[in-house]
Design a protein around this ligand. Structure first.
Ligand SMILES: [Mn+2]
Length: 334
């Protein structure tokens, strides 16, 4: 919990911070934000990751100092593990030999750390790092603010996903006061893609289908599409949300072929439709409105199973909530 994290930082000196492979804005932004916080407190800190950093995050302060490692070398007083469901997610060997601090806001997170601080009410880990900064009496520098704002913007979809709370907006406001230029971050996140994203989008959108009720949509991304579009890492970020722009669509499925017979699947939903429960059925996890899973086998067979599970779940959720309407967003996260 938070008090243990504060005590650890006060009493130790030499820290590393890591996040999951294929890092996103919350993983990178929170890691760098925490790194700047620790340094401002006179501590040694560095961010270590196993994977490449998507171009979107290269402009964040400190991104150019991130160290790429395949295994833990040297001993730290503690390693902060940001936004990871388990100790394997960072993809760093021998991480389990370290004193680890697990910081996450996902309910499906395992308590794998020596210290575990899990706050499912936070919109992003970035919001938790802000709270940590306040709890430890740190100052929100412009560097910390830019990194944490990136975390908030990306995890809340520019503050329009249901995880956005009054606290999220208050934190965002404080970060802007500390020097963040929201338009600069939004430009980096939403209007700085290479053309290959548009090429890939046109191919993926050509596969979109929906069920007879018109409430569930699904799309595919094949290995061939990756190659023919010249796809770069991150080019497909957010594609899963596109069908949700249609008023009647309440759940969206995005299947990516990672290698023959192996797919990563993203699920997104609106309001009370719970896709985390569906992902868990297939061994995955996530939040009520944003979840993911992996599945192996024949394309059509895998797609059929997942689509059927989502349609069934949507029907149940609509039934149990006694008539769902799109204006019925209930913020369960306060
Ligand atoms: Mn997050």
């Amino acid at each position: 919990m938070l008090s243990q994290v504060v005590e650890l930082i006060e009493n130790k000196h030499n820290f590393a911070i890591t996040t999951h492979a294929r890092p996103d804005g919350d993983g990178i932004g929170s890691s760098l934000g925490l790194c700047w916080l620790l340094r401002s407190l006179g501590k040694e800190a560095e961010v270590i990751v196993s994977d490449g950093i998507p171009a979107t995050y290269h402009t964040l302060p400190g991104a150019d100092e991130i160290i790429h490692v395949a295994e833990m070398i040297g001993k730290y007083d503690a390693v902060f593990v940001i936004e990871c469901s388990d100790i394997e997610r960072p993809g760093i060997k021998n991480l389990d030999q370290q004193f680890t601090v697990n910081i996450d806001h996902h309910t499906t997170c395992e308590h794998f750390g020596t210290i575990n601080w899990i706050d499912p009410t936070a919109s992003a880990v970035g919001e938790m790092i802000y709270n940590l900064c306040k709890a430890i009496g740190g100052r929100i520098s412009r560097e910390i603010a830019e990194c944490l704002y990136m975390a908030l913007v990306t995890d809340t979809g520019s503050f329009h996903f249901p995880n956005t709370t009054d606290r999220t907006l208050k934190v965002a406001s404080e970060l802007v006061k500390a020097g963040v230029k929201p338009a600069k971050i939004s430009e980096a996140v939403y209007n700085s893609y290479p053309w290959s994203r548009i090429e890939l989008m046109s191919k993926v959108l050509a596969t979109v289908k929906r069920d007879a009720s018109g409430r569930v949509a699904w799309m595919r991304q094949t290995l061939e599409m990756r190659e023919s579009s010249g796809m770069l890492d991150g080019d497909n970020n957010g594609f899963v949300n596109i069908p949700l722009a249609a008023k009647e669509i309440v759940a969206s499925i995005y299947m990516r072929e990672v290698r023959p017979q192996f797919y990563r699947v993203s699920l997104r939903s609106k309001g009370d439709i719970n896709v985390a429960r569906i992902a868990e059925k297939f061994g995955g996890g996530g939040h009520k409105n944003a979840a993911g899973l992996r599945i192996e086998g024949d394309w059509n067979e895998c797609e059929r199973k997942i689509v059927a599970a989502v349609i069934e779940s949507v029907n149940d959720d609509i039934h149990t909530t006694n008539g769902y309407t799109l204006n019925d967003y209930e913020l369960t996260l306060v």
